[in-house]
Design a protein around this ligand. Structure first.
Ligand code: MTE
Length: 309
């Protein structure tokens, strides 16, 4: 997404590398012994039988659901690999996600360190179909499993001066090779939302996809999805949620504030210097579609008064 990123893996690479080639490459690596058994055992485990969760029929799509192999095999997860979008699927398998805790802190009445198992017990899960739009102009349509972020916010009891939320994601350099290769990035990856955005019913805490627990490369065990914003607003593998008085600094905004605004709402009229946003390419067919304002989630328009970037 940023200046240091070599051109080869911008969107054109996606066009040039159909999934069948990716799968062949994986088989080759496995055969040659470059990948361990854990790379094979990437299937998520669900001992509590939480998945698939009940579908919430209110969230429908205007396009087919993206093939699971595409959505779980082509990832932006810089902590594992900042260049190759096919690599996190393999590199993330050694990432340990159990035990996992999420700290709720800052301007709240009920600060708490949640164990992931308790989060899963406390908040009923449901499945929703959402469009997912990356700032790099590719898009997918994904069945996410999780619960409204508003439920977690309410459980924290925000104080009246809590106006923003910051999400901090895992920083485990020993298990995250991409992080070690890019010491100039402001790790850990952090993102933020305004309180009313976080309370919007569309904003989701996500723990699963395709009727299974989240794969590690997609942000296991817990991530955020905000479907009317570019994908980078949804931090993966969250470890801390802080309630703040003022707007927090975020990973991409800190690196290049003129390219990555705090709001980052999907907006066909405001192009990124490297990616026109008027169209998107639907993965994996690369069919070109017109970008929809707010990624088609017009119900959020009332949150904004021209402050879209
Ligand atoms: N979260 C962390 N911790 N690290 C990342 O590199 N990339 C973001 C977002 N969340 C990222 C992250 C970007 S740029 C996108 S488009 C989405 O995750 C990609 O999510 P996906 O791989 O599940 O499609």
């Amino acid at each position: 997404m940023l200046i240091r990123i070599p051109k080869r893996w911008e969107i054109a690479e996606r066009d040039a590398t159909p999934e069948k080639h990716y799968l062949n490459r994986r088989e080759l690596l496995l055969g040659a012994g470059f990948l361990g058994a854990e790379a094979l055992a990437s299937a998520a485990v669900d001992p509590k039988g939480l998945y698939p969760a009940k579908k919430n029929g209110s969230y429908t799509l205007d396009r087919p659901v993206t093939e699971e192999a595409a959505a779980t095999g082509y990832n932006n997860f810089y902590e594992f690999d900042p260049q190759d979008k096919y690599a996190p699927k393999e590199l993330a398998q050694r990432f340990t996600i159990s035990p996992w805790q999420v700290e709720i802190t800052g301007l709240v009445d009920k600060p708490k360190v949640w164990d992931i198992d308790d989060i899963l017990k406390q908040f009923p899960l449901e499945e929703r179909l959402y469009r997912f739009r990356c700032v790099e102009a590719w898009s997918m349509a994904v069945p996410w499993t999780g619960f409204p972020l508003a439920n977690l916010v309410k459980a924290a009891g925000p104080k009246s001066d809590a106006k923003f939320i910051r999400f901090t994601t895992a920083k485990k350099p020993k298990e995250m090779p991409g992080m070690v290769r890019t010491p100039w990035y402001p790790w850990p990856y952090q993102e933020g939302l305004r309180m009313d955005e976080a309370m919007h019913p569309l904003a989701m805490v996500v723990t699963g996809m395709y009727g299974k627990p989240l794969p590690k490369q997609n942000g296991a065990p817990i991530r955020i999805i905000v479907p009317w914003k570019y994908g980078y607003k949804g931090g993966k593998s969250i470890v801390k949620i802080e309630f703040l008085k003022s707007q927090p600094e975020t990973f991409w905004h800190q690196l290049q504030s003129s390219e990555y605004g705090f709001y980052s709402n999907v907006n066909p009229t405001r192009s990124h210097p490297r990616w026109s946003q008027s169209f998107e390419k639907v993965i994996p067919t690369m069919e070109r579609r017109k970008t929809l304002m707010y990624n088609g989630y017009q119900e959020v328009a009332s949150l904004y008064d021209g402050k879209e970037f």
